[in-house]
Design a protein around this ligand. Structure first.
Ligand SMILES: CC(C)(COP(=O)(O)OP(=O)(O)OC[C@H]1O[C@@H](n2cnc3c(N)ncnc32)[C@H](O)[C@@H]1OP(=O)(O)O)[C@@H](O)C(=O)NCCC(=O)NCCS
Length: 194
C-alpha cells in the first residue's frame, strides 16, 4: 500500500497529483486527435476534461481507498505541464499493476516519458509492493513500445486482432516486468552510478 508525499522530482521533471486548475494545460493535449490515435479514448472537450480531472485528482494512492496513482508531469525548468503518467493496481489478490503515459506532442522525443515512467515503476514496486507490472499498447504505437523497452519491460505477447478499436481490428503488445527484475535492474544501475 502506498499513499506518497508529493511532489516527486526526477532530474528534469516534477510529478504531482492533478488539480482542477490544470484544465487548460490538459485540454491542450486531450483535444488533439493525434494524441488519442492509438488509445481507447477520443478527443475531449473542456467539460469532459474537467470531469476527467476531478477523477484523476483523487488518484493519489494505492491502498484501501484508491487503486491508482496518476500524476501530472511538469518541467522543473519553467514549470510547464507536459504530460500524464500513472500506475494502477489491477489485482490486489495477484499484486498486479499497469503503467500508462501520455505527453503533449510538443514535448515528445526528449525522454520525458521514460524518465517519468521510471518513477511510477518505482512507486508500483517499491511503494505498493506489486509483484508484476504490465504496459500495453496498440502494436502500431511504436513510440509507446520503445518507452516500455527503454524502461526494461519484456515483450510478453503480441496479440493478433484481439480488439476492435475505432472500427478497426487492432493488434496489442503486452510488456511486463517482475519485482525481482526491477530490483535486479535497480541494483545494476546503482552499481553503474558508483
Ligand atoms: C508514448 C509517448 C509518451 C512516447 O513519447 P516519446 O517522446 O517517444 O518518449 P520519451 O519521452 O521517453 O522520449 C524518447 C525519445 O526521446 C529521445 N531523447 C532525446 N533526448 C533524450 C534524453 N535526454 N533522454 C532520453 N531520451 C531522449 C530518445 O532517443 C527517444 O527517441 P526514439 O523513441 O526516437 O528513440 C508519446 O508518443 C505519446 O504521448 N503518445 C500519445 C499517447 C500514447 O499513445 N500513450 C501510450 C499509451 S499505451
Amino acid at each position: 500500500m502506498v499513499r506518497p508525499d508529493f511532489p516527486f522530482e526526477t532530474d528534469r521533471l516534477l510529478l504531482r497529483p492533478f488539480t482542477l486548475e490544470d484544465v487548460d494545460d490538459v485540454l491542450a493535449w486531450e483535444e488533439r486527435a493525434d494524441v488519442h490515435r492509438f488509445l481507447y479514448s477520443q478527443p475531449r472537450s473542456r467539460d469532459e476534461v474537467r470531469k476527467e480531472l476531478a477523477r484523476r485528482a483523487a488518484m493519489t494512492g494505492i491502498d484501501h481507498q484508491s487503486q491508482a496513482i496518476r500524476l501530472a508531469v511538469l518541467l522543473r525548468d519553467g514549470g510547464a505541464l507536459v504530460g500524464d503518467v500513472s500506475v494502477q493496481r489491477t489485482s490486489m489478490e495477484h499484486q498486479q499493476g499497469e503503467i500508462g503515459f501520455l505527453f503533449h506532442p510538443a514535448h515528445h522525443g526528449r525522454g520525458y516519458a521514460t524518465e517519468a515512467g521510471e518513477m511510477v515503476l518505482r512507486l508500483g514496486f517499491e511503494g505498493a509492493r506489486l509483484h508484476r507490472i504490465v504496459g500495453r499498447c496498440d502494436a502500431r504505437n511504436e513510440a509507446s513500445a520503445r518507452v516500455m523497452e527503454r524502461l526494461g519491460l519484456r515483450r510478453e505477447a503480441h496479440l493478433i486482432e484481439n480488439e476492435c478499436i475505432k472500427g478497426e481490428w487492432t493488434d496489442e503488445l503486452i510488456y511486463a516486468m517482475l519485482a525481482t527484475e526491477w530490483f535486479a535492474r535497480a541494483g545494476r544501475m546503482a552499481q553503474e552510478d558508483r
